[in-house]
Design a protein around this ligand. Structure first.
Ligand SMILES: [Zn+2]
Length: 381
């Protein structure tokens, strides 16, 4: 069902909607399939949108200049999508709140905000409804892993765009976090996700640069875990063996085999221990993490009669020595850390918009607003 049909529009049949019986502006919204005439008040449109104000003023000035003044003016407006989105916005602008929808689908929300963006409509126009409209979409996607299919990527970007346009900071951060982990550099400064260039959200100013900076940092942090272990070995600091009371020879054997297995697996996974890239590049944070997690750290076991053998079997190593339990913990700590900061410019823009839409206030959960202690102390005495 189209948004227009859900709005109970008589317009489809009549092809005209009088939002203001005395409106001074006849506005034809059309696309390749349909044409719809609205009678509206030009002042209502001018108040809501800087762009409409300019268009309307220009039109009126031209009419005055030619001496051709009428009681009302007309102009045409091309709509790429369903004219229902214009209808919804016009209803709000004319205080016609009765039949506004309680919910909007993901696509409807995206299309609506594309129009508000195109016409520079103040986000505060949507403020009374936006918390309810966005709430059902905040939980997506649940905890990973994600398939990064083209449908997933499209939805991710549409929602990121929505969160950006509404100043929904928490939702924006969550989606950016997913992007940071999966983007990989393409040609020049281009960023790819699942092998394709970033769609719409790459138009968010500063986002692509931020994603690339964070991607590099996290890949470097992940690689740093192994580089640090190797550095300790190279400096002769024996720290792998966890058994107490074994001989210097045994301890150095532990270090030697652990170090050897890291270097060998680095090569196996096309990474150089010095951090240089091999023939196949490891680029995304997710890919780097997966590869580093799969590195097998060996230790040794003493096999009677055969001497020493490298093994990664738990419990058999150096008679109970567990050489590098911290490596996976360190990788996980980097991969799942939640303390990271958005680029200051992005953060500032989001905060500004969130004040206009009201989404910067305490979180809305369900239909009730959760009050916190801060709300209590903020009350006037
Ligand atoms: Zn040991």
């Amino acid at each position: 069902m189209t948004l227009e049909a859900r709005l109970g529009a008589p317009a489809i049949k009549q092809r005209s909607v009088w939002l203001d019986e005395r409106g001074d502006l006849y506005l034809t919204v059309y696309n390749s399939k349909e044409t719809q005439l609205f009678r509206v008040d030009s002042k209502s449109l001018s108040r809501a949108s800087r762009k409409w104000r300019l268009i309307i003023n220009e039109k009126l000035e031209r009419m005055r200049a030619t001496g051709f003044i009428r009681a009302h003016t007309t102009f045409d407006l091309f709509a790429e999508g369903d004219p229902g989105y214009h209808y919804l916005l016009f209803r709000i602008m004319h205080y016609n709140f009765g039949e506004l929808p309680d919910t909007l689908t993901e696509t409807e929300l995206f299309e609506l905000l594309t129009i508000t963006d195109e016409y520079n409509i103040w986000p505060s126009l949507l403020r009374p409804w936006i918390a309810a409209w966005i709430e059902p979409h905040q939980a997506w996607p649940g905890p990973g892993p994600y398939d990064y299919s083209s449908d997933f990527v499209r939805r991710l970007h549409n929602r990121l765009w929505v969160a950006w346009k509404l100043g929904e900071i928490e939702m924006f951060r969550k989606l950016v976090e997913i992007l940071i982990k999966e983007v990989a550099p393409g040609k020049g400064t281009e960023l790819l996700i699942s092998g394709k260039p970033l769609p719409k959200s790459s138009e968010i100013p500063g986002l692509a640069d931020f994603l690339e900076k964070e991607r590099k940092q996290r890949v470097s942090d992940l690689l740093g875990v192994f580089q640090e272990e190797l550095r300790h070995c190279q400096n002769g600091e024996r720290r792998f063996c966890t058994l107490i009371g074994c001989s210097d020879l045994e301890r150095s054997m532990c270090d030697f085999i652990v170090m050897g297995s890291i270097i060998r697996d680095y090569h196996k996974h096309v990474l150089d221990p010095a951090g240089h890239r091999g023939k196949e590049k490891v680029q995304s944070v997710n890919a780097t993490y997966d590869r580093l997690k799969s590195i097998e750290i060996h230790n040794y076991s003493i096999i009677p009669g055969d001497g020493i053998a490298a093994t990664s079997a738990p419990g058999l190593t150096h008679n109970g020595c567990n050489p590098t339990p911290w490596i996976h913990d360190k990788l996980d700590a980097i991969m799942f850390r939640s303390t990271w900061s958005l680029d200051a410019g992005l953060q500032k823009s989001l905060e500004y918009v969130s004040q206009l839409t009201g989404l910067g206030r305490p979180r809305v959960k369900g239909t009730k607003r959760e009050l916190t202690d801060d709300d209590e102390t903020a009350k006037p005495a």
